[in-house]
Design a protein. Structure first.
Length: 358
C-alpha cells in the first residue's frame, strides 16, 4: 500500500496507507460514531464535500451491498479509517470496499489513529483538510489544507438535488418531496406508508408543487448551511397552510428559517446512530440516527408561532418543532433509520395522520 497523509488546517499531520482512488481529497473533516452503516454514509448526499472519519475501528468487514446504499452516487470526498477490511464476510456482499472506492472515485486512508483525530475535532471543532500521497513538505501540505474552500460558503443542495421531477410508488396518499439531497430510505418509508411520492428538484416553485395536488409535502435532508438555500425556505413559507408539511434534518432547519428562526454551525456536528433525543410531550427518550452540522438557535424561536417538541439530551439543541396553528412539523434526526434503530419510525405514521386530518 502507498503511504498517504491526512493534513489538517491547524498543522496536524497523520500518516497512514492509501486505498481506493488514486487522487487527492480535500474537504471539511468530520467524524461519524456509527458502529455500522458505512455504506449509507458513503452514499448520503448530506456528506457532500466532506472527508468522513469513522470512529468504529474496522470498516469494510461486510463489503458493499447494493440494496443498502442511499443513492446511486457517492458524495464524500474522502474516507478515514483505523483499519479497512478487504476480505468481507457477508453472503450479500457484491464488492470489496477498495474496489468500490476505486470505481466511484473515493480517496481512502487507513492506519490513522482515528481516536486521536476525533478527540482533536471535538476539542478544536470541524476543520478543513486534505488526504494526499504527493511527496511535499509538511509546510506545503498545511498551506494546501488551509486553502480548501469552506463548505459554508456554497449552495451544496443545488449540486445534489434531482434535475427532474419523478414519481415513486402509487399509494392512497400523494406526497410531494422537495429533494434537497434525499436518502432512498426516506422515499421507501413513505411508499411503505401507503404514499405515492413525487420527487421534485429543490428549486421547484410553490405553484408548481401545488399543481401536483399533493396531500402532503416533505422537505428532505441535505448538505451544507441551510442559509445558503433561501429559495427552499421561501418555497416552504409559501406552502405553509396549504397542505401538511413534514421536514427532516435540513428540512427541519429550512422550516425554522421559513418561520423566522435562525441557525448556527455546530462545533463538530452530530453524526452517528446513537444520539439520545427527548420527546417533550411524553418525556420518552429515543435513540436516533443523525447527520448534520447546523442547528436552530434556541433563543431565535422565542416569540415565534413554533413549539419545540424534541431536544437533544446531550447538548439541549432543538431536535423537533411543530407549528402552533398550521399542520407543519419537523425533526432534526432521521426517522427512516438508515442506519439506526426503529425508535422514531412512528413519525411517518404521524405525518399520515396529519394528512388524513387535513
Amino acid at each position: 500500500m502507498r503511504e498517504a497523509k491526512l493534513v489538517l488546517e491547524d498543522g496536524t499531520v497523520f500518516k497512514g496507507q492509501a486505498f481506493g482512488a488514486e487522487d487527492k481529497a480535500e474537504g471539511e473533516i468530520v467524524f461519524n460514531t456509527g458502529m455500522t452503516g458505512y455504506e449509507e454514509v458513503l452514499t448520503d448526499a448530506s456528506y457532500k464535500g466532506q472527508i468522513v472519519t469513522m470512529t468504529y475501528p474496522l470498516i469494510g468487514n461486510y463489503g458493499i451491498v447494493n440494496e443498502d446504499v442511499e443513492s446511486y452516487n457517492s458524495y464524500v470526498n474522502g474516507f478515514v479509517v483505523r483499519e479497512f477490511c478487504n476480505q468481507p464476510s457477508n453472503w450479500r456482499s457484491k464488492e470489496k470496499i477498495d474496489q468500490c472506492f476505486k470505481r466511484i472515485g473515493i480517496v481512502g486512508i487507513a492506519g490513522i489513529d482515528t481516536r486521536a483525530l476525533t478527540k482533536r475535532l471535538r476539542t478544536k471543532g470541524t476543520m478543513k483538510g486534505i488526504i494526499t500521497t504527493v511527496d511535499k513538505t509538511e509546510g506545503e501540505l498545511v498551506a494546501e489544507a488551509k486553502a480548501v474552500s469552506s463548505l459554508s460558503d456554497r449552495d451544496l443542495v443545488s449540486q445534489v438535488t434531482s434535475d427532474k421531477i419523478y414519481k415513486v410508488g402509487d399509494g392512497q396518499y400523494q406526497v410531494a418531496l422537495i429533494d434537497c439531497g434525499v436518502k432512498n430510505n426516506i422515499i421507501r418509508s413513505l411508499t411503505e406508508s401507503n404514499c405515492g411520492v413525487t420527487v421534485v428538484p429543490a428549486d421547484t416553485s410553490a405553484e408548481d408543487i401545488l399543481n401536483l395536488n399533493p396531500d402532503g409535502i416533505m422537505v428532505s435532508d441535505g448538505p451544507g448551511d441551510p442559509k445558503n438555500v433561501p429559495y427552499v425556505a421561501e418555497t416552504v413559507k409559501e406552502l405553509m397552510g396549504q397542505v401538511p408539511i413534514f421536514g427532516i434534518c435540513l428540512g427541519h432547519q429550512v422550516i425554522g428559517l421559513a418561520c423566522g428562526a435562525d441557525t448556527y454551525k455546530l462545533k463538530f456536528g452530530h453524526r452517528g446512530a446513537n444520539y439520545p433525543v427527548k420527546d417533550l410531550s411524553t418525556n420518552r427518550v429515543y435513540i436516533t440516527s443523525q447527520n448534520h452540522g447546523f442547528a436552530l438557535k434556541n433563543e431565535s424561536l422565542e416569540g415565534l408561532n413554533l413549539e419545540v417538541t424534541h431536544i437533544n439530551v446531550n447538548d439541549q439543541t432543538v431536535e423537533g418543532l411543530k407549528h402552533k396553528e398550521l399542520p407543519v412539523f419537523s425533526v432534526q434526526y432521521h426517522p427512516e433509520i438508515a442506519p439506526g434503530l426503529e425508535d422514531s419510525y412512528y413519525l411517518f405514521k404521524q405525518f399520515i395522520e396529519l394528512i388524513e386530518k387535513h
